[in-house]
Design a binder for this molecule. Structure first.
Ligand SMILES: [Zn+2]
Length: 442
């Protein structure tokens, strides 16, 4: 599903620079609000609502039958659902609301909630059932935060306590998590942050009427850590969802993730002289072992091309990935490969390439991970890892222009803040920029 929202700029000299999504017109005013007031009368509710939940392994037809919508209604209902969504792809615990006329007990509408944003609403007319996809409207907000950390202060607490912004607590936590992720290779929030450090963030989000986000993104941020400025500008250089760069277009990430599993637990380190438990002799251990249990997803540590995915002696089921510039990673003892993975498959960093096991020379399920440079095994935990690719030279002009605009946005989240968090002039400039720059979600 691809929704693109165009944003009309609309500045408030308060907290928000808010834009309204033109794609979602305002709801019509409720006629009841303007109708003349009548004497209160007792009237039984016109409809009764029943809630049903799709059980694990249950089909939509089964739930509908259980809800007394079998018989002639059933095929028409299922057909109407199928026009909007494949009923076989409904997840367990999908909620299905049936509204009936109280008088006759006959069904009026059926609502199938696909997720927080989308509901299939089915209604009955004289010929049968028709379906409609109802999508929750959203507005695009741009939120500015800035703070100087005092003694014992943390970015987490400063974002959580930030005055003057209307963000639910969950959103604030998710924003800190996003920041920690963006700066993950440069800073450890729990260790490196000092009193006197500061941060500024411009955060854009698509908000639902209940205040939760459908999508959100840090557009630009700056952390000043022990007098060193660390800017982060979001830019989509490769058309693959974008990344964060410093003001010179250098990636904030390293090319390789540190760990090939989600919950790393190292059971054996890189070691030129190790006693091998299966071979019962000293043999160099040219990789790192991660205790994983059986069937844990194995994640590639960098973008690359699969150069090998097959059985290889003591390695058991082995995947090798070529990352260019002489870098190669190996993932051994897998119980199975990811479906469709073969020599020549392109993989993205963090993609699941297989599942842990104990194939080949292994006494228990674990992942044996190797990192090689020009064929030479090196310890990935001590080697100096290369940075992820910078903004390509051909896009530097575009990136420089964006960075200038982002710097203006950032100045709207200015420090210090004697009368509120925003400066009017900076806000107006920021607003003009945002008009041309809508958040798009995929
Ligand atoms: Zn090993």
């Amino acid at each position: 599903m691809k929704i693109r929202l165009r944003v009309l700029g609309l500045a408030f000299l308060g907290v928000w620079v808010a834009g309204f999504a033109v794609a979602n017109p305002k709801p019509a005013p409720d006629p009841a609000v303007r109708a003349p007031v009548l004497e209160a009368q007792y009237a039984p509710p016109a409809e009764a609502v029943e809630a049903h939940v799709l059980g694990r392994g249950e089909t939509l037809s089964e739930v509908l039958t259980r809800a007394a919508l079998g018989g002639p209604d059933l095929s028409s209902l299922v057909l109407a659902v199928r026009e909007q969504v494949d009923p076989r792809r409904l997840l367990p615990n999908t909620s299905i609301l049936v509204r009936r006329w109280t008088e006759s007990g006959s069904p009026r509408t059926v609502e199938v909630s696909l997720n927080a944003d989308s509901t299939v609403r089915l209604s009955r007319n004289s010929v049968g059932w028709t379906g409609q996809m109802v999508v929750t409207p959203t507005v695009v907000d741009t939120v500015y935060l800035a703070a100087v950390l005092g003694e014992g202060g943390s970015i987490y607490q400063a974002v959580l306590d930030h005055p003057g912004v209307e963000l639910p607590r969950k959103e604030r936590e998710s924003l800190v998590w996003q920041l920690a992720h963006i700066y993950g290779w440069k800073l450890d929030f729990s260790r490196d942050i000092r009193s006197g450090d500061s941060f500024r963030v411009v955060y854009q989000r698509e908000a639902r009427p209940d205040g939760t986000s459908r999508a959100s993104r840090v557009l630009v941020a700056e952390i000043v850590n022990q007098n060193t400025s660390l800017p982060a500008v979001f830019y989509d250089a490769h058309g693959d969802g974008g990344d964060y760069y410093d003001e010179k277009g250098r990636s904030l990430r390293l090319q390789f993730r540190r760990y090939p599993v989600a919950y790393p637990r190292i059971t054996s380190n890189f070691n030129w002289r190790r006693y091998h438990p299966v071979l019962k002799r000293t043999r160099p251990h040219l990789g790192t072992d991660y205790g994983t249990g059986y069937g844990a997803p194995i994640l590639t540590t960098a973008d690359g091309v699969v150069s090998f995915a097959a059985w290889d002696g003591g390695y058991g089921n082995l995947v090798k990935i070529d990352h260019g510039n002489g870098y190669e990673t190996r993932y051994a003892h897998l119980s199975r490969f990811q479906k469709g993975l073969r020599r020549g498959t392109r993989v993205k960093q963090g993609e699941t390439i297989g599942y842990s096991g104990a194939t080949g020379l292994a006494t228990a399920p674990h992942l044996h991970y190797e990192f090689r440079r020009f064929g030479e095994p090196v310890d990935p935990r001590t080697v100096r890892l290369p940075a992820a690719p910078p903004v390509p030279r051909s896009q530097m002009e575009d990136f420089r222009l964006l960075t200038e605009q982002r710097a203006i946005l950032l100045s709207a989240a200015s420090l210090p803040q004697p009368e509120g968090p925003l400066r009017a002039d900076a806000l107006l400039a920021a607003d003009a920029l945002l008009e041309a720059d809508a958040l798009s979600t995929n």
